[in-house]
Design a binder for this molecule. Structure first.
Ligand code: SAM
Length: 287
């Protein structure tokens, strides 16, 4: 059998099992051992730690994770991959595959059931791209005991996640992530290292989750609402977007009090600005 993570490994596994790739599940199998190694190295996972993998596929990344981590808990939606996975991982005992949609899984319950013996928990994955954002926002908003996420995703989403003010990539997701984690794009990945080739380029992103948010906020719910409203229509000014959700006069007074120009756009604001707006609304609206 060809070396795991190679073109030969993926082609053989597909042919031998007469497996038909399912586009609807975002199945693009990685065929570059060097990239697999870079992903695992970036996670800095050790034998004392556990890893949660989303979409193990044929098991190329899973095998490397089983060699490096104490335990691997993997969620795979496609039940036809299960026999292939168990065959490819037959040399290991330190893994559990849960046949479930990651968006429906109860991760906290599974963490308590399988991962209590491990020092730190990481998420390492080559994500199914059709649900990158729901996976990311779903997991991060649950405040799970996960220290770091290292994930392959489409380059466009990676650029948004790591987006900085005054760039075209900066959007509501960039600010939402900035409040929760230190995000770094660590590797750009061309499309020709996957079978089949996706029609977008990819990147590996590392998110180091903060124990505490970098800046205090009075009401997180209001902050997330403010971020969403401010980026509602990108071309509109802050005043126009905010006045779709809050009384116009209140917004004018607020912008004056915070010395923000009514013609400024959300893309020019920092996380600190969004927090100031949110705290002002929390303290002054309906008073
Ligand atoms: N890890 C493999 C690799 O690197 O070659 C496969 C990655 S492939 C991009 C994405 C994997 O996620 C596929 O195995 C697919 O079946 C699985 N998947 C798709 N949607 C899923 C979901 N909602 N929950 C869990 N797994 C899912």
């Amino acid at each position: 059998m060809s070396k795991i993570g190679s073109v030969g490994f993926v082609s053989e596994a597909l042919q031998k099992n007469k497996f038909k790739i399912k586009k609807k599940y975002g199945q693009n199998f990685l065929t570059d051992a060097g990239i697999l190694e870079s992903i695992v190295a970036a996670s800095e996972v050790t034998a004392k730690d556990a890893v949660i993998e989303i979409g193990p596929g044929l098991g190329a990344l899973t095998e490397l994770l089983c060699k490096t981590a104490g335990f691997v808990l993997a969620y795979e939606i496609d039940h036809e991959l299960l026999p292939i996975l168990h065959h490819n991982l037959s040399g290991f005992q330190n893994y559990k595959i849960i046949e479930e949609d990651i968006l429906k899984a109860n991760l906290l319950e599974d963490i308590h059931q399988y991962l209590t013996d491990y020092e730190t928990i990481y998420v390492v994955a080559n994500l199914p791209y059709y649900i990158t954002t729901p996976i990311l926002t779903g997991l991060l908003s649950k405040n799970l005991p996960i220290k770091r996420y290292v994930m392959m995703m489409q380059l466009e989403v990676a650029n948004r996640i790591c987006g900085k003010p005054d760039t075209k990539e900066y959007n509501a997701l960039s600010v939402w992530i900035e409040y929760r984690a230190d995000a770094k794009k660590i590797l750009k990945v061309p499309r020709n290292v996957f079978i089949p080739e996706p029609n977008v380029d990819s990147a590996v992103v590392r998110l180091d989750v903060y124990d505490q948010p970098p800046l205090a906020v009075k009401d997180e719910g209001i902050l997330f609402e403010v971020i969403r409203v401010c980026f509602w229509q990108r071309r509109k000014t802050l005043f126009n977007n905010l006045s779709m959700a809050y009384p116009k006069e209140f917004i004018l007074n607020m912008l004056q009090a915070l010395t923000l120009s009514p013609t400024i756009r959300a893309e020019a604001l920092s996380l600190k600005d969004f927090i100031q707006i949110s705290d002002y609304i929390t303290q002054n609206l309906n008073k």
